[in-house]
Design a protein around this ligand. Structure first.
Ligand code: HEM
Length: 225
């Protein structure tokens, strides 16, 4: 697998002829310059490295209490709604979305806007024009945020990248905007689907569900990262 991933003929660039895209993709845009998921080699490493420290386990642990709080609040809200309740809408989608908004420093008041456009981008039924419009809307929101953080930095990933990389000239603003967009979108529905599918698997295997309820310490063994 490693050999395959390192092979120069194996590329992440979806604009290369023959790339097996799932969705029709909009024309290549200059302002997509931070989307390193679609890049290879040095261009990829340059941007990916800027995030290494942010995603180190000790830094992620710092937001663990917030994640726990978000999970408990969402569970309480679901309990208040009474059965039947939509696990995806009420729990699986909002929890990752709130977590990433917090990590990046996107105000939660912008969350509905973000969740809507993010869903359009991820939806296989969206056409190229719709995806382009959704990307543009998210870029607008994030561009304004980056400017705000330049003058009033806070304790979050966007502020750190503005101050440590954009201000010294290592990273362009448009690169940061699309990099932030990548994080917002990449961590949202992926994690939500993982939560939904995990719940489904447990319901299909009541013996595992019972064992887990009996002993919650078994949880880490249930998830392969
Ligand atoms: C269960 C949840 C998740 C799943 C199943 C998942 C899955 C994946 C997969 C399969 C890729 C490789 C895609 C490709 O190369 O075509 C990927 C890349 C990536 N994911 Fe996730 N992801 C999850 C959560 C997250 C979260 C929470 C974040 C960030 C907040 C994130 C950020 C990224 C980024 C930045 C890349 C690109 C990495 C690179 O090109 O170096 N993902 N993810």
């Amino acid at each position: 697998m490693r050999q395959l991933l390192r092979h120069p003929g194996f590329s992440s660039d979806q604009y290369k002829p023959g790339f097996p895209v799932l969705n029709p993709i909009p024309p290549k845009q200059d302002d997509a310059s931070g989307l390193f998921i679609f890049m290879d080699g040095d261009a990829h490493s340059r941007l990916r490295r800027m995030l290494t420290a942010e995603f180190m386990i000790k830094n992620i642990r710092r937001i663990e209490p917030l994640i726990e709080e978000t999970v408990i609040e969402s569970l309480e809200r679901m309990r208040g709604l009474g059965a039947p309740v939509d696990l995806m809408a009420e729990f699986a989608l909002p929890v990752p979305s709130m977590t990433i908004c917090h990590l990046l420093g996107v105000p939660y008041s912008d969350h509905d806007f973000f969740q809507h456009h993010s869903a359009v981008i991820m939806d296989r039924k969206s056409g190229p024009a719709e995806v382009e419009a959704a990307l543009g809307a998210l870029a607008g929101l994030l561009g304004d945020l980056v400017e705000a953080k330049r003058t009033e930095p806070t304790d979050d990933l966007l502020s750190r990248l503005v101050i440590e990389r954009v201000v010294p000239g290592e990273l362009r603003k448009d690169e940061l905007v699309s990099l932030a967009m990548l994080l917002l979108v990449a961590g949202h529905e992926t994690t939500a689907n993982m939560i939904g599918l995990s719940a489904l698997v447990l319901l299909q295997h009541p013996e595992h569900l019972a064992a887990l309820r009996e002993n919650p310490d078994l949880a880490p063994g249930m998830v392969e990262e």
